[in-house]
Structures are given as C-alpha cells and as structure tokens.
Design a protein around this ligand. Structure first.
Ligand SMILES: Nc1ncnc2c1ncn2[C@@H]1O[C@H](COP(=O)(O)OP(=O)(O)O)[C@@H](O)[C@H]1O
Ligand SMILES: [Mg+2]
Length: 380
C-alpha cells in the first residue's frame, strides 16, 4: 500500500519537527558513542560531518535530495578518513551508530504503521547509499596510493638493475681479461718453478678475485648461458668448493659438518651452481665470524620428492625480520667490504634452473635452502 504523497509529506514534516526538537540530545548521544582516535587530525570534521549527515537525512525525508549531494558528502568524508589515516571500520561503525540513534528517535515519535515503515526504509536506504559511496571512494584512494608506492619500489629496483648492468658490462671487460691472463701465467710459473714460494697464496687470492668478478658477470646480460649444461654430481661439487674454501675455514676457526647424499646428479651449469654454493658458504663464514667461539656450519644435500635440497646452516646472528626480502636485493649489504650482489645473483641463477632459494633464520640458526628439480631444465 503506498501513501498519498501529500499525506506522506505532512508526516515527514511532523517527524522533522520532532527531530529538530530533539536535535541537541540526538547529536550529543551520537558524539558520546562514536569511536574517535586521539590522533585523528580531522576530529572536529567528524562531528561536523555527523551533523551534515543528519541534515541530509532530513532532506531525504522530504525527497529533496539528489544522489550527487549524498555522493559529494561521502567523497569528502572518504578523503578526510584517508588523510587522517583512520581505519574505514571506525567510520562505518560511527555511521551505523548515527543510524541506530536516529531510528530510535523515529520510533519514539507518534508515527506508526505503514508510514513508519516507509520512513525507516528511506532512512536505511540513504545510510546504505552513503556508506557505499564513502567506502568505495576510500578503497579507490587507498588502492591508488598503494599503486603509486609499488611503482616507486619497482622503479627504484629497476634503476638499481640498470646501474648494475652498466657497471657489470664495463667492469667485467676491464678486469676479467687481464685476470685470466695473470692466472694463466701463474700456472706456467708453477710448472716451470715448482718450488717457488708464495705461488699458492697468489693463486688463492686470484681465485677469490675471479669469484667476485664472476659474480658481476652473472648480473649482466652476458651470463654463461651458451655454455652447455652437464650432469653435476652435487656432493662432488660441494666437496670441491670446501677444498677451495679450506684456507678461509681454517682461518675463521669454523667447524663444518657435512651430510651428503652421494648419488645425486643434476643437469645444470656447473660454474653457475659453483657460484651459488660459494656465495652462500662465504656468507655463512662471514656470519659465524660474529661469534666469539663455537662457530658452526652444517651442509646437507638430500633428495625430497623430485627435488634436490642443499641446506647451508650456520649459528651466526639472526637475520632481522625487517630485511627478510631485502637481502636478495642488489647492493643490500651489511658488510664493510660487501657488494650486496651475491644473493641477488644466487637467486637469479637458481630460478633460472627452475629452482628456489629461500632461508629461515632464528636466534640459534640461519639456514639457506637451495632447492632444484632433479632433472633441471632452463626456464630462460
Ligand atoms: N648466512 C647469513 N647470515 C646472516 N646474514 C646473512 C647471511 N647471508 C646473507 N646475509 C645478509 O645478506 C646480506 C647480503 O648478502 P649478499 O647478497 O651475499 O651480499 P654481501 O655478502 O656482499 O653482503 C649480507 O650483507 C648479510 O647482511
Ligand atoms: Mg655474499
């Protein structure tokens, strides 16, 4: 049953008069119940908006309001809530408190029956519309902010990669060729003068230098993809690397415990894997240096489902939770002489081999997990 419009209008006018008589009481009640954060920079505006909403509802009762007007207030409130950095839940709660109080007052008026129903429906519909506009707008603004931050993060990541690429190309060319030739001549010296002193030390230092330079090579586009993949016996490669690191291990007084499953083979670029194992191990050795005694590194290699897992764990300090992803970013380093590209390169290599490089770190142990498919195929 629909009411005669002029009768409805008359009822609305009576109700508005009733509401206006109770206006201070109504607004005070609302202000007492709403959630207002101490740090809300628009505290006063929240109260003012409550009043605007009340005016808007009065206009709704008289059907003299357009959607644009509701939308305008909702958008203004949404922007203020974003600026004040307030949870949108608080806002929705406050609006609904207003709705409940208003409806309680309407119920206290003399209106009954169908006119009362129709008024309550109108009020509810308007509150719903207002909330819808405000929350939608709030979400849009927040999403846009997030998008802007992501663009910034990606941009600075890309900038770093560009610099790294440019540095690597020139750097690698300038240093690698002379280095290769020095290593070659050092070998000749060794053959011609087997008893010459210091050649071991020179060779070791040159190998370390080569390792560092090769790290950069992997960050540039000229990685070693054109070299063929081969069957790599993982335990053997790990043993070779431990031999290479032997002087550093002794020097740092680290106790190494190994547990290698002996029959694991993967199809991979050996030099690239070597680079990964070396870097993860160097990092572990660096980490345990921060302990005064009882420095330990555990290396394991085993099969799990169709994966090969290589675990490198050390009892150095925990990696803080707030840098969890950052350690894989190029140039992130906490070391005085670090480059911060080691883990970045490792991750790239492992992912190129369709694997995963992750870690877990707590107070007692930091473990890096290199996970590779048993039959590795290149994804690039
Ligand atoms: N095993 C580890 N224990 C503690 N911190 C580590 C470990 N491995 C890496 N990190 C942290 O990650 C950073 C980045 O490592 P990496 O990319 O290899 O660069 P670099 O070794 O040149 O610093 C290190 O400086 C260190 O802070
Ligand atoms: Mg490193």
């Amino acid at each position: 049953m629909s009411l005669n419009p002029s009768l409805q209008n008359c009822i609305s006018l009576t109700l508005i008069e009733f509401l206006e008589n109770h206006e201070p009481e109504f607004l005070t009640l609302w202000q007492e119940q709403i959630i207002l954060e101490q740090n809300d920079i628009h505290k006063e505006k929240v109260k003012e908006n409550g009043y605007f909403m009340y005016v808007l509802i009065k206009k709704t009762l008289l059907d003299t309001i357009s959607d644009t007007e509701v939308q305008k207030l909702a958008y203004k409130v949404a922007q203020e809530r974003v600026d004040a950095n307030i949870n949108i839940g608080d806002f929705v709660y406050n609006v609904n408190i207003g709705r409940s109080i208003l409806i309680t007052f309407v119920l206290k008026s003399d209106i009954t029956g169908e006119p009362l129903n129709s008024i309550i429906n109108k009020i509810n519909a308007q509150f719903d519309r207002f909330c819808y506009f405000a929350v939608t707008r709030y979400t849009e603004i927040k999403n846009a902010e997030l998008e802007e931050k992501n663009v910034f993060i990606n941009q600075s990541h890309n900038d770093k990669l560009t610099i790294l690429g440019q540095m690597s190309s020139s750097f690698v060319h300038e240093f690698r060729n002379p280095l290769t030739s020095i290593i070659g001549f050092n070998k000749i010296l060794r053959t011609e003068y087997p008893n010459l002193k210091y050649l071991d030390i020179i060779e070791l230092e040159l190998d370390q230098l080569k390792f560092r330079i090769t790290q950069f090579l992997h960050t540039s586009k000229m990685s070693l993809v054109d070299q063929p993949k081969e069957q790599v016996k993982v335990s053997q490669l790990l043993e070779t690397i431990l031999e290479l690191l032997y002087p550093s291990i002794i020097d740092s007084d680290v106790q190494i415990t190994t547990e290698f499953d002996d029959c694991i083979f993967i199809n991979a670029h050996k030099d690239e894997l070597k680079q990964v194992f070396l870097n993860v191990l160097f990092n572990s050795i660096d980490a345990v240096q921060q302990r005064n005694a009882s420095r330990k590194i555990y290396i394991k290699c085993y099969e799990k489902e169709d994966q090969v897992i290589i675990e490198v764990a050390n009892n150095g300090p925990m990696i803080p939770v707030n840098v969890q992803e950052t350690i894989f970013e190029p140039f992130y380093t906490t070391k005085e002489l670090g480059t911060g590209i080691g883990l970045f390169v490792c991750k790239k290599i492992i992912e190129k081999h369709s694997g995963n490089l992750t870690y877990y770190s707590d107070e007692s142990l930091t473990t890096f997990y290199i996970q590779l498919p048993l039959n590795t195929s290149l994804s690039t």
